[in-house]
Design a protein around this ligand. Structure first.
Ligand code: ADP
Ligand code: MG
Length: 363
């Protein structure tokens, strides 16, 4: 059953609203009877319906919040609406409702009392989500840094005391216990050091040839995984140097590529594991609230099993690992290093194809 019952009598658009076609914002003019009296071209696109279908259609039924739109109309008819902003969801046949920012205004005209301006907020929502994530990441990082410091201080004491105790102990059997304490203290120490690492070394910034970075990483990985893994180069030779810290970029890329290689163990055993290193110039990218005209896009694509569903949202968080014996720091560090070079790292993963995308802006 169609959810439209257009009234053919209302097809002619009033000429006085024709100027609305010049707007990029969708506009519906609603008649006193609640039917759409006029829809501009942007509205046709937003609703994915022709003007013929829109005009005469009951305006409220175009939205999930039918009652609220009826309410606006009633208020507009009674001349006490003024102007109101509100989030509405546009109903679309066979598709998810589309969230829009609506501005309802009273036209103070008896036949057409209400105008609805509708702007898509999908883009806006995405930006808000990204901003939220950015704040979250920074908060996590600070928490982690303080925590690492708190652990680090007593750790030295524990290790020293265990060493003194070891000297006092007579039997080798007893010394086995102090060995465990010292060994575990050392392990924690190195974990904590890695948590604090990105804030330790002074950065060295200059022009970096990204293909040199890729080649370095490729050589290291092929040495670690000498059999069954192909690391294919898909370089755009015209990609300019980026401005950044070479060592940081190598470490970041290495962490990403090593993860890919580790995820590929089954395919390595089968002999058809592949990682692709792809470089391109990307246009008009938004990184951390700033728009850049040009950026380097470095893709790392593997044909492994994909990131486990339950980890997907959290893989960049510290200590999140899906691997036996993993520290969960590789991607946290990679992200920190990339961000320190004004860049961003994103991921897109499904079984059989995982793609990490590193973006470094040029300007
Ligand atoms: N290319 C990939 N394919 C599948 N899973 C991945 C990939 N890259 C990362 N992961 C998942 O993300 C987790 C976090 O990675 P990382 O931060 O480097 O920590 P670690 O490698 O120590 O576990 C990994 O344990 C793994 O489960
Ligand atoms: Mg890792």
């Amino acid at each position: 059953m169609s959810w439209f019952d257009a009234d053919p009598a209302a097809l002619e658009a009033p000429a006085r609203y024709a100027g609305l076609d010049l707007l990029a914002t969708a506009v519906l003019i609603v008649g006193a009877d609640g039917a759409v009296a006029y829809a501009n071209q942007a509205a046709e696109q937003l609703f994915d319906l022709s003007r013929r279908s829109l005009v005469g259609h009951r305006a409220a039924r175009l939205f999930a919040e039918e009652g609220e739109v009826e309410q606006m109309l009633a208020e507009a008819c009674a001349n006490n609406l003024g102007l109101r902003r509100q989030l509405l969801s546009v109903r679309r046949p066979h598709r998810e409702p589309l969230p829009v920012q609506a501005v309802a205004s009273a036209l103070y005209a008896d036949d057409t009392p209400l105008a609805l301006e509708l702007a898509e907020i999908e883009q806006q929502l995405k930006v808000t989500r990204e901003e939220h994530q950015l704040d979250q990441t920074e908060a996590n990082r600070q928490l982690l840094r303080s925590l690492a410091h708190e652990i680090k201080n007593p750790l030295g004491g524990i290790r020293g005391a265990a060493q003194l105790l070891e000297g006092e102990l007579a039997s080798a059997e007893q010394r086995e216990y102090t060995r465990v304490i010292i060994g575990e203290a050392d392990r924690l120490q190195s974990l904590v050091d890695r948590l604090l690492a990105p804030h330790r070394h002074p950065r060295v910034v200059g022009p970096v040839n990204i293909h040199e970075v890729c080649e370095r990483v490729r050589a290291v990985i092929l040495a670690e995984f000498p059999r069954g893994l192909a690391v294919r180069r898909d370089y755009d030779a015209s990609v300019p140097d980026v401005h950044g810290d070479r060592e940081q970029l190598i470490q970041a890329l290495l962490n990403v590529v090593r993860n890919a290689a580790q995820a590929l163990d089954a395919r390595i055993a089968a002999g058809d594991a592949e990682i692709v290193l792809r470089t391109r110039v990307a246009r008009q990218v938004t990184i951390a609230r700033h728009r850049h005209r040009l950026a380097l896009a470095l893709h790392v694509i593997d044909n492994g099993p994909g990131i486990p569903e339950e980890l997907k949202e959290r893989i960049f968080y510290p200590l999140v690992s899906g691997r036996e014996g993993g520290s969960g720091l590789g991607l946290t560090l990679a992200q920190t290093f990339i961000q320190q070079n004004d860049g961003a790292i994103e991921v897109d993963s499904r079984p059989g194809r995982t793609e990490f995308r590193i973006l470094i802006p040029y300007t």
